[in-house]
Ligand binder design. Structure first.
Ligand SMILES: Cc1cc2nc3c(=O)[nH]c(=O)nc-3n(C[C@H](O)[C@H](O)[C@H](O)COP(=O)(O)OP(=O)(O)OC[C@H]3O[C@@H](n4cnc5c(N)ncnc54)[C@H](O)[C@@H]3O)c2cc1C
Length: 461
């Protein structure tokens, strides 16, 4: 696909579509929109626009489509696979000025939002209603970015991911046409599910300018526990038994020994250094949750757990999960001279131990520092590998290991990405994972965006 650079006339025409203070070609602004949180190389757009309304988005897209100019949506740039990096330059639409919560309908469990709303701000606003928006990727992400990446987080096992919370979408298509998708009814079996097509499409099919999202009731009571295991295999069996036993965990996180060592060092946790499960339960009463914890302990002990630390109530849950939430930052902080490759794959739960064995095999004999942490209840594994900045030899090795492991996941019936999306980093696995259906994805893309102006260079190899 050949695109046209922004000429002086284009710049003037685009600036006239919005107020001058919402259009920029300034160096520092372009730099800020050149990279996300991944290690993919930056690429500057040619201009950044901060729209304030769907009609402004529509006008910009119509103009860009006629003139062959790429357009990439931008939430807060917290992606981990290069998803918003404008590798074909053109225009970046930054949604930070479309960040209004338009309406909260408590009794329908719904909220109407603009795409630039940060999900933590939505939850803050909802606090007094006893409701919340459950998907929680951790970073300060926008609803638009979460919808585009189908983001999820540590509580996906209980609450589901972003796709389970989108009821309606307002989307501007590549040629500027605005369409409305979905319904405010909480269930429907009407026609093709276009919502699910747009959720996870990484801004390659249309630009989201509004959404109606589903909300959930805040749990009345919380509990949590930490349990260590002699091996990943025994921890995996405990995960299966906890789920089969109907304990309905809200989070079930399995962390490798290296993570525990780091958390002990940073937070003085004093945990035994071995594969460890962090679990959380939500319920209506503390007595119900105390019972759940007793059963969970029985299950863990039966699998060889020697240290089970339970905690009842919100404060205890927060204490137990504080270190887990801080882990990502801890890893980055402890390797200031390194880039960190954050691998994100998912396999069927039964293939979990096979994958971890494979990870060990690949890393054996190397001097690489790595950490595995996983949303175990979903078979979603993150392997973080630290590689020295500028050490090409080391990075060649890391990339080779990552490639082998992702291919292994697909072979095991899994996916190249559990939650971070395809972006730039996972494009090469699309054919292996999707086979001939990749051709149908390409047809869908060309139906919605025949000139390929929307976030070009993403998803497809
Ligand atoms: C420390 C850390 C931890 C993380 N943990 C998780 C995790 O646990 N789970 C998880 O899922 N992710 C995680 N992420 C990744 C990231 O936070 C999510 O993918 C998030 O959804 C990105 O949102 P954003 O607002 O930053 O979007 P951006 O990164 O700005 O954009 C994401 C994608 O959305 C597109 N886009 C943005 N706005 C629109 C729009 N209005 N219309 C159409 N397309 C649009 C962009 O073009 C891009 O393709 C983590 C990131 C960090 C830095």
């Amino acid at each position: 696909m050949k695109f046209n650079p922004l000429t002086q006339t284009h710049l003037e025409n685009l600036e006239a579509m919005v107020a001058p203070d919402r259009f920029s070609t300034g160096e520092s602004v372009l730099d800020l929109h050149a990279k996300d949180e991944s290690r993919h190389p930056p690429c500057r757009p040619e201009a950044v626009i901060w729209p304030q309304s769907p009609s402004e988005v529509s006008a910009v897209l119509k103009y860009a489509n006629i003139n062959g100019i790429p357009v990439t949506g931008w939430g807060s740039g917290s992606s981990l696979e290069g998803n918003p990096i404008p590798i074909k330059k053109g225009i970046v639409l930054d949604f930070s000025e479309m960040n209004r919560i338009l309406e909260i309908r408590e009794e329908d469990f719904q909220a109407d939002v603009e795409p630039g709303v940060v999900y933590q701000d939505l939850n803050e606003k909802l606090r007094h209603t006893g409701l919340f928006f459950p998907p929680d990727p951790g970073a300060r992400s926008t609803l638009g970015g979460m919808i585009a990446n189908n983001a999820s987080g540590i509580r996906t096992i209980y609450y589901g991911s972003t796709k389970d919370y989108v009821l309606k979408l307002s989307v501007v298509l590549a040629d500027g046409e605005m369409i409305e998708l979905g319904t405010r009814a909480s269930k429907t079996s009407s026609g093709y599910d276009l919502i699910r097509l747009f959720v996870g499409s990484e801004g390659t099919l249309g630009i989201v300018v509004g959404a109606t999202v589903r909300l959930a009731g805040l749990p009345a009571e919380f509990s949590a526990a930490i349990a260590n295991f002699p091996s990943v295999g025994t921890a995996g069996k405990a995960v299966f038994e906890i789920m089969r036993g109907g304990l309905n965990p809200a989070a079930l996180e399995l962390l490798g020994s290296e993570c525990i060592e780091l958390m002990n060092k940073e937070e003085s946790l004093g945990l035994n250094v071995s594969p460890t499960l962090f679990m959380e339960f939500h319920g209506t009463t503390t007595s119900q949750l105390a019972e759940v914890l007793e059963i969970a302990e029985e299950i863990c002990r039966a699998e060889g757990c020697s240290q089970f630390q339970p905690g009842l109530g919100r404060t205890e849950r927060d204490r137990i999960f504080k270190a887990r939430h801080a882990l990502g930052d801890m890893i980055f902080r402890n390797h200031p001279d390194c880039h960190i490759l954050v691998m994100d794959v998912a396999v069927p739960i039964t293939a979990y131990s096979v994958l971890i064995t494979e990870i060990r095999k690949e890393l054996a004999g190397t001097d690489l520092v790595s950490y595995y942490l996983s949303h175990a209840g979903n078979g979603n594994v993150h392997l973080n590998i630290a590689g020295k900045k500028g050490d090409q030899k080391q990075w060649d090795l890391i990339n080779k290991i990552s490639q082998c492991l992702v291919s292994k996941c697909i072979e095991l019936g899994g996916t190249a990405t559990g939650e971070h999306g395809i972006g730039l980093g996972k494009r090469k696995y699309m054919a292996a994972e999707h086979g001939t259906s990749l051709q149908w994805m390409k047809r869908v893309k060309s139906l919605f965006d025949p000139n390929g102006i929307l976030n070009p260079g993403k998803i497809f190899p």
